[in-house]
Ligand binder design. Sequence first.
Ligand code: AMP
Length: 356
Amino acid sequence: MFPKEKMQHLLEEYDPKDIVIATVCSHSSLQIFHGARMEGFKTLGIALKEQPRHYDAFPLAKPDDFLIVDSYQDIPGLADELVARNAVIVPHGSFVEYLGATQFQELKVPTFGNRAVLEWESDREKEREWLEGAGISMPQKVTDPKDIDKPVLVKYHGAKGGRGFFIAKDYSDFKLGIDWNERYSIQEYVMGTRYYLHYFYSPIREEGYKLSKGTLEMLSLDRRDETNIDEMYKLGAQEELKRLGIFPSFVVTGNVPLVIRESLLPKVFQMGAAVVEKSLELFGGMLGPFCLESIVTDKLEFKVFEVSSRIVAGTNLYPSGSPYSDYVEPGMSTGRRIGREIKEAAERGLLTEIFT
Ligand code: AMP
C-alpha cells in the first residue's frame, strides 16, 4: 500500500483548482466523466491501444483527453505523468481488476477512496468478519461439503461477475461440480429477490443522515441481469437441464432499474450505516460510493452476500438522477456525486480525507 504520509505529501503539490479526473475507459467511465464535467472538472480517459471510437457518440461523457497505453500494466509507470497533469484516479471495478490488487494499492497517484478496503473486500473470510461484525445478516456458511442438505452456492475465491459459481443441493452434486484445485466457500442459496443498494459515504459532509463521522446517502438501486440463470425457468426444471448439460451461470450482462418497498428504507440505511461504522473501526473507513448486494426474503429480511466498495456499474442506469437521488439533489448521479465530493474537499482543503 502506498504510504499515507507520502500520499499527503504528493497531494500538497496538487493545484486544488485544476484537478483532472482520470479513469480507465470502461465499466462506469461514461458516468464518471459526465458527472465530473458537470462539476466543472477536466477529464482524462486511460485507454488500451487506441482511442475508443464509441466515446465520439457520447459527447457529454467523452473525456477531454486520452492517455493511450499498450497494456494496463503500464499505468504504474505513468504515475509521474499523471501527477504532473494534476490528475487523480477515480477507480471502478474494472480499473482494479485490470491493474491487479497489488499494483492498484501501490499506485503512486492520489486515488479516490480508501485503498485499504481491498484486503477486506477481496477475501471472503475477512469480508464476512467485517459484515457480520457490523451485525449484517449474511447467507449461512457451510464449512463441510458433506453437510450440504439444502441448495447452496459454491463460490470460488476471486470469482468475478458470477462466473465460476455453481449450485449444489447435496454432497454428490458438490463432488460433480467442484474443482479441487481452487479455493472455494459454500453458502446457503437464499431464495428471494435481489437488490443492489447503491450508497455514498462522505466523511466530510456534516448535514444529512449523520454517522459518527460524516454522512450517508442512498443514491439508487438496481438488479443485475444474469445469464443464464435468469432465463433458465423457461426451459424447465434444473434436474432436466443438467441431463441436457446446461448448468446455471450468473454472468452479468446488464442492469435493471428498481425501487424498493418504502417500508424497507429504514433497514437499508441502518445496514449501510453499520457497514461504514465497522469499516471506520477496522481500516479507517470505506469512502465514497459502495454497494451492498442483497437478497430480500419473503419474511422481508435482508441477506447481504457481497459488498463492493467503489462505484458499481448498476449506477449507470441513472446519469441524470434516480428516484432516490432526486430527493437529495435533482440530476445527481453517483459519478457526479464523486465529482462533487472532490470539489467540496478541494474547496475546504480536505483532499487528504478522501484520497489515499
Ligand atoms: P457475486 O459474485 O457474489 O456478486 O454473486 C453473483 C450472483 O450470484 C449474484 O448476483 C446473485 O445472483 C447470485 N448469488 C450470490 N450469492 C447468493 C446466495 N447466497 N444465494 C442466492 N444467490 C446468490
